[in-house]
Design a protein around this ligand. Structure first.
Ligand SMILES: *Cc1c(COP(=O)(O)O)cnc(C)c1O
Length: 393
């Protein structure tokens, strides 16, 4: 196993060298606690402030609207629970979608157990939430709408601006999980009328374990993590200075290079789709035909098991994802694809390929070559395995 091809950039990315270079001195030179008032602390504050400015600038927010967190998951949990609790005096109804990230769905489940009511909007076959259905779901006691900007499994881009406008018109707080959108498309919290937005560092070539929640000034939110006076009394815990600094740099680069990145991954994606469509029969590309990010392609291969495809590609050094969580050895069909109406048999054979800055045309050629072999092999043995699985039940 010599060649290595990483096509799982939607799961995480490597840390860019420019990012790493800015982080390094934060570990052993500028190691002060930003909460300390001496010179070491002030130095660290300066670095954290600069990072905050960079994140704010990247999304058209003010610096004092950015709160650093331990990642996208914490930002989602904080937004959903913190906003719901802060506005519970007005009502207890929340609207989200069926295809949100588990962090959002999990936070909603937790609120349901507390007595909140949650409407999970369906999506169409392209993965889009309907604005008409959103408007229809709004009630007098609706206090929060949370709809992701870009879906992590299929790449579909929601009509965030229209949703933001609808939320505003109905005086409802609007949160969006923009983890997969950040660096892939332009985000402007003013223009899109977004009240709260979750971001993560490790999907944009920054370090893991750091993210941010943007909260518009004037919007109330309860704390999720109580403790010290960090993050203007809203998020306790000593600041992860190297992480935050790396995230700030990663955001700056992502915005700076967004156009080039999109051009690059789009041409690779289009080439990949053209190749597999012509070389492999019985496949289906999932997601919106054009309203989608350029770096994610989700493909259903008929008559094969996604997990088997993943493992056989891994054997050839190719890293991809099935999107479906592997639960105690049994593959659960993806809830995102199921919501889009993809039949379980097809969804079972689905693979997410996500391209990144370092992906090359040679990587795609190698992947297509191996994919053709793998699918052919698996399809040969498919009738037996299918019958076997059905017989087990
Ligand atoms: C990765 C991801 C998250 C979680 O972010 P972490 O920083 O890994 O906790 C949340 N939402 C979406 C859409 C994601 O892709």
């Amino acid at each position: 196993m010599e060649k290595k091809v990483y096509l799982d950039n939607a799961a995480t990315t490597y840390v860019a060298t420019e990012v790493l270079n800015e982080m390094m001195p934060c570990f052993n030179v500028f190691y002060g606690n930003p909460n300390s008032i001496h010179s070491f602390g002030r130095e660290a504050v300066g670095l954290v402030d600069r990072a905050r400015d960079r994140i704010a600038k990247a999304i058209g927010a003010r610096s004092n609207e950015i709160y650093f967190t331990s990642g996208g998951t914490e930002a989602d949990n904080w937004a959903i629970k913190g906003l719901a609790h802060a506005y519970a005096y007005k009502g207890k109804h929340i609207i989200t979608s069926k295809i949100e990230h588990p962090a959002v769905l999990g936070a909603c489940k937790a609120l349901e157990a507390e007595g909140f009511e949650v409407t999970y909007l369906p999506v169409d076959q392209n993965g889009l939430v309907s604005l008409a259905e959103l408007i229809h779901a709004i009630r007098k006691d609706t206090i929060l709408i949370s709809i992701m900007a870009v879906n992590n499994e299929v790449g579909t881009i929601q009509n965030i601006k229209a949703i933001g406008k609808t939320a505003k018109e109905n005086d409802i707080v609007f949160h969006t999980d923009a983890v997969q959108a950040f660096g892939a498309l332009k985000l402007d919290v003013m223009d899109m009328e977004i009240d709260a937005m979750s971001l993560s560092s490790h999907k944009i070539y920054g370090p893991k374990g750091v993210g941010a929640l943007y909260v518009r000034n004037g919007i109330r939110i309860e704390n999720l993590i109580d403790g010290g006076h960090q993050e203007r009394n809203r998020r306790g815990g000593t600041t992860n200075v190297p992480g935050v600094v790396g995230f700030g740099k990663a955001a700056e680069i992502a915005i700076r290079d967004m156009h080039i990145f999109n051009q690059k991954v789009k041409s690779l994606r289009d080439y990949f789709v053209k190749e597999i469509t012509s070389k492999i029969p019985y496949i289906k590309i999932n997601g919106h035909p054009h309203q989608k990010v350029n770096n994610i392609v989700n493909v259903s291969f008929e008559l094969v098991d996604g997990e088997a495809v993943l493992m056989m590609l891994d054997f050839e050094g190719i890293a991809v994802s099935t999107g479906s969580a592997c639960l105690s050895g049994a593959t659960e069909p993806s809830y995102v694809l199921a919501s889009m109406g993809v039949e379980p048999e097809l969804s079972q054979g689905s693979i997410r390929f996500s391209f990144g800055r370092s992906t090359t045309k040679a990587d795609i050629d190698y992947t297509v070559e191996k994919l053709v072999e793998v699918i052919e092999k698996l399809r040969k043995i498919s009738p037996q395995t299918k019958a076997g699985r059905k017989g087990d039940k």
